[in-house]
Ligand binder design. Structure first.
Ligand SMILES: Nc1ncnc2c1ncn2[C@@H]1O[C@H](COP(=O)(O)OP(=O)(O)O)[C@@H](O)[C@H]1O
Ligand SMILES: [Mg+2]
Length: 308
């Protein structure tokens, strides 16, 4: 008798989940969050679609390397979603990665041409990603949208196409991250284009054992309570090494503590989705919550002096 193949039972079904991963600051783990979560979710048996909306295309490079990423023809990248002269056919635009259950819409440097700074004036281009995903995301359980480090048209597309938003925050440097500008931008999407957009949570990233990090994390949890993920995304060299090896940490070192850290975040997302859906969507910025100011299109390039 041959050995029977072990067939994993399918994971518990989850409601359609499309998460925009947003922060206007670079280097706060947006891409790493998408990358490593794709590994965790795929190991759980979920089918994951990643969309790389950053002209820097770091997420795509994490799977294919910089040269192959640069050589992708436009019709096989997110450009096909935005360019008038290209037809965004899901079967062409969605690429397989070397890993089971992880697919990707690749980033491309020419996305910069579309990433304009006044996104609300972009007409039909605002809903390009939503139109594409309406057709494409049904074949996936979880779609993660990796955004560039600004609040411009690519991020705006993500907020209009998503039903959830996740904000990675380093527990330092709150000024550069501009939490209130991010909240206003999300609120504007909720008010004008996407009345189903819900906050999934703030994720504390690159967490180190530093007194400074303790102070900021405590402050964040005091201000935003249960909106802050219980599970942090700690700073560990395994995350960097696995990116260098072009494998999400679950496929690089599945038994490492780093993989368990990401599993905890993935499990918290799975638990948060139905809980968030049970509540009506709500504004995030205090002025919008209190109704003292309509969700205004904040000048997202200004440096609003704020702590949080
Ligand atoms: N938790 C972490 N531990 C160690 N290194 C990290 C972690 N998160 C991100 N990095 C590293 O920090 C850099 C910036 O992270 P990245 O995810 O690209 O940020 P963003 O997409 O917000 O610009 C990358 O080199 C990445 O490998
Ligand atoms: Mg990035």
């Amino acid at each position: 008798m041959g050995r029977k193949a072990v067939v994993k039972p399918p994971p518990p079904p989850i409601p359609p989940t499309t998460v925009a991963v947003v922060n206007r600051k670079g280097g706060c783990s947006k891409t790493s969050t998408c990358y490593h979560l794709s590994g965790a979710f795929s190991q759980m048996g979920y089918r994951v679609l990643l969309v790389d909306l950053d002209p820097q295309a770091n997420l795509t490079q994490g799977f294919f390397g910089p040269v192959a990423t640069e050589e992708l023809p436009p019709q096989k990248t997110a450009l096909a979603v935005f360019r008038d002269d290209l037809e965004p056919l899901p079967e062409k635009v969605i690429l397989s990665t070397p890993f089971e259950n992880i697919s990707i819409v690749a980033g491309a440097s020419a996305l910069e041409d579309f990433n304009r700074s006044e996104p609300t004036k972009a007409g039909q281009l605002q809903t390009a990603l939503r139109m594409f995903l309406a057709e494409a995301s049904g074949s996936f359980d979880i779609t993660l949208l990796d955004c560039p480090p600004n609040l411009q048209l690519c991020t705006w597309n993500a907020l209009i196409a998503a039903n959830f938003v996740l904000v990675p925050l380093q527990p330092e440097d709150f000024g550069a991250q501009g939490i209130t500008a991010i909240q206003r931008f999300i609120d504007l999407a909720l008010q004008t284009q996407n009345n189903q957009l819900r906050m999934l949570g703030y994720l504390v990233t690159m967490r180190q054992r530093l007194a400074l990090h303790d102070v900021y994390e405590t402050q964040l949890r005091t201000l935003y309570g249960s909106k802050v993920f219980t599970a942090p995304f700690p700073n560990k060299k395994d995350f960097k090494e696995s990116v260098a090896a072009r494998k999400p940490v679950h496929l690089y070192k599945p038994r490492a503590a780093a993989a368990k850290d990401i599993t905890a975040i993935a499990e918290e997302i799975i638990a948060r989705v139905p809980a968030a859906l049970a509540q009506p969507p709500e504004f995030l910025h205090i002025e919008n919550r209190l109704g003292v100011g309509a969700a205004t299109n904040a000048d997202t390039t200004s440096t609003i002096a704020e702590v949080a």
